[in-house]
Unconditional design. Structure first.
Ligand code: HEC
Ligand code: HEC
Length: 490
């Protein structure tokens, strides 16, 4: 059920056969997505890994895999007690992974979980698609951000499961290699379960984890830091995007591939192991160049979209650019423009991660030849809007459920919305383009509640403000809907 891949062999074929430039085609897109689907960087029993024993448990959850009665009984007796009652539904697989931690299943199993082997020990390796694939309007799309991934929740529960499994496994003889990998896995899950740094809501990933590595590796205690929670960005168009700067704020210098290694470093890889797979990361980032974004799957009113196009070129193009397509209808990717924070005024918390001390530690980090910063002045990219229909909830902190809501005056946007089943078709609002919003009654109920579940986006949480980007407060609804129609075509 678990698969391993070799991107190197394909890329060699590509370069030997002499593609000078990235050629967009459906065949290349399909190939590239298959490559990312199984990509992981576990190395030497380190990185984003699961304890070897736990892999056996997970294998029992993979559709089609045979489940041992022993493991099944163990799960019933022990793991269910880890979960609170809200989630004790008969289908443990769906409740435990898909819904609770924001993972997906496809025809090949649990998306982003692979097997790796070192020193004769097989363990679980988490791949990039755990975060870098997601669902929109019922379709699972590789390269779209995962709208429901809950890293903090997953890590804290995996950490408990690993401990239980460790205890249960005590009667087995485990080699020193097995034990070492088990310990590495447990350190990784404990690091990610940290509540100080961890995300508060599904679908948000805290960048503080990456910052933490720069302190750890240079022997400095991490001071109290902003969490810097962001949604996972789309990867199509990255070939051009990286030149303008990496991440939502352009902090990273994308001319090198070093920041692609950062997740693995935070997960416990050493600078040496990271350097060892530099080429593999480089090739992985080249794979993104072949991604095509997902076309809007429903009808578009072309006449209305044309009206919207004119509004867009007057009101939005100055920051978001223009959009042309090739003769084959493929997007022409371009570099996005970076906008100073005082102009866009969206939530500041992500930018608060960047302190002068952190910049200094980036300069002096042991991989500073490949991990450098580019922009440090506070600002966010006005993202390129290719297939923006699929990238809800909107803004870097995913604080706005639909395009219609984004176009409303900032104080009229809903302060709460649900992320439950956010990628399913029944949650997709075709008119307002994005997630459906709660009823007035539900909103009042959320308002009265002091602590809402992690599946409810609550703009009162730190780093969750939905203010700013208040550029269309005076636009008529008529124009808003025309603009939305045009945005479906991008
Ligand atoms: C835990 C979730 C998670 C995993 C796993 C993950 N990423 Fe990311 N990735 C993110 C988030 C969140 C961002 C955006 C950070 C920001 O904007 O501050 C991001 C950004 C990126 C970017 C920059 C995109 C841009 O627009 O500038 C690249 C490239 C990238 N990731 C590659 C990878 C690769 C390769 C892997 C596998 C080794 C990986 N990521 C694994 C969450 C993840
Ligand atoms: C002054 C520059 C500026 C103008 C004008 C502007 N935007 Fe933006 N836009 C931004 C910036 C900067 C962001 C990113 C803000 C963030 O993520 O916090 C953004 C974000 C967005 C997003 C969310 C993207 C995502 O990935 O979630 C959408 C959609 C969007 N803008 C659409 C529009 C439309 C439509 C218009 C015209 C009505 C418009 N913008 C006008 C600068 C601008």
């Amino acid at each position: 059920m678990f698969r391993r891949i070799s991107i190197i062999s394909f890329l060699l074929t590509v370069s030997l056969s002499g593609f000078a430039e990235t050629e967009l085609s459906h065949a290349n897109d399909e190939w590239a997505k298959e490559e990312l689907r199984f990509l992981h960087f576990a190395e030497d029993g380190r990185g984003m890994i699961l304890a070897p024993g736990l892999l056996e448990v997970l294998e029992t959850f993979i559709p089609g895999a045979s489940q041992s009665t022993e493991a099944s009984e163990f799960i019933q007796q022990n793991f269910l007690s880890v979960f609170d009652s809200e989630f004790r539904v008969p289908n443990f697989v769906e409740a435990g992974f898909a819904k609770r931690w924001g993972l997906y299943f496809d025809k090949d199993g649990l998306v982003g979980f692979n097997a790796a082997e070192d020193n004769g020990v097989t363990y679980g390796a988490m791949g990039c698609v755990v975060c870098h694939s997601g669902k929109a309007a019922g379709e699972h799309i590789i390269g779209l951000g995962n709208k429901n991934i809950d890293v903090q929740k997953m890590a804290s529960e995996v950490s408990k499961m690993e401990k239980l499994w460790w205890r249960w496994n005590n009667f087995r003889t485990r080699s020193p290699e097995f034990k070492e990998i088990e310990e590495n896995a447990m350190k990784f899950s404990e690091y990610l379960s940290d509540e100080e740094m961890g995300n508060l809501t599904q679908g948000l990933v805290p960048t503080a984890f990456i910052k933490g590595w720069f302190y750890r590796i240079q022997g400095r205690p991490l001071p109290k830091t902003a969490k810097g929670q962001v949604k996972v960005p789309q990867l199509w168009g990255y070939e051009k995007k990286r030149l303008a700067g990496q991440f939502c704020d352009g902090f990273g210098d994308g001319t090198e591939v070093g920041w692609g290694i950062a997740v693995e470093l935070a997960a416990g890889q050493t600078p040496e192991t990271a350097r060892g797979y530099y080429d593999k990361i480089k090739e992985a980032e080249e794979v993104f160049n072949y991604f095509l974004p997902p076309e809007y799957p429903f009808d578009i009113d072309e006449a209305r979209a044309e009206v919207g196009r004119q509004i867009f070129s007057k009101t939005c193009s100055g920051c978001h650019g223009t959009y042309e397509k090739t003769a084959d209808g493929f997007p022409i990717y371009k570099e996005p423009k970076r906008i100073p924070w005082h102009v866009v005024k969206t939530d500041f918390d992500r930018l608060a991660v960047g302190t002068p001390e952190f910049f200094e530690l980036v300069n002096s980090n042991p991989l500073n030849d490949i991990m450098k910063y580019k922009h440090t002045s506070p600002g966010y990219f006005a993202p390129r809007l290719d297939r923006i229909w699929s990238r809800f909830p909107y803004l870097h902190n995913a604080s706005i459920p639909s395009l219609y809501q984004l176009l409303l005056p900032e104080d009229e946007r809903v302060p709460f919305f649900s992320l439950k089943d956010s990628g399913e078709e029944h949650r997709f609002d075709r008119q307002k383009l994005g997630l459906s919003i709660p009823s007035v009654k539900q909103l009042a109920r959320f308002e009265r509640s002091k602590k809402l579940p992690r599946s409810i986006y609550d703009t009162r949480r730190i780093g969750h403000s939905n203010g700013g980007h208040n550029f269309t407060a005076n636009m008529s609804d008529e124009d808003r809907y025309s603009l939305i129609e045009y945005l479906k075509t991008l």
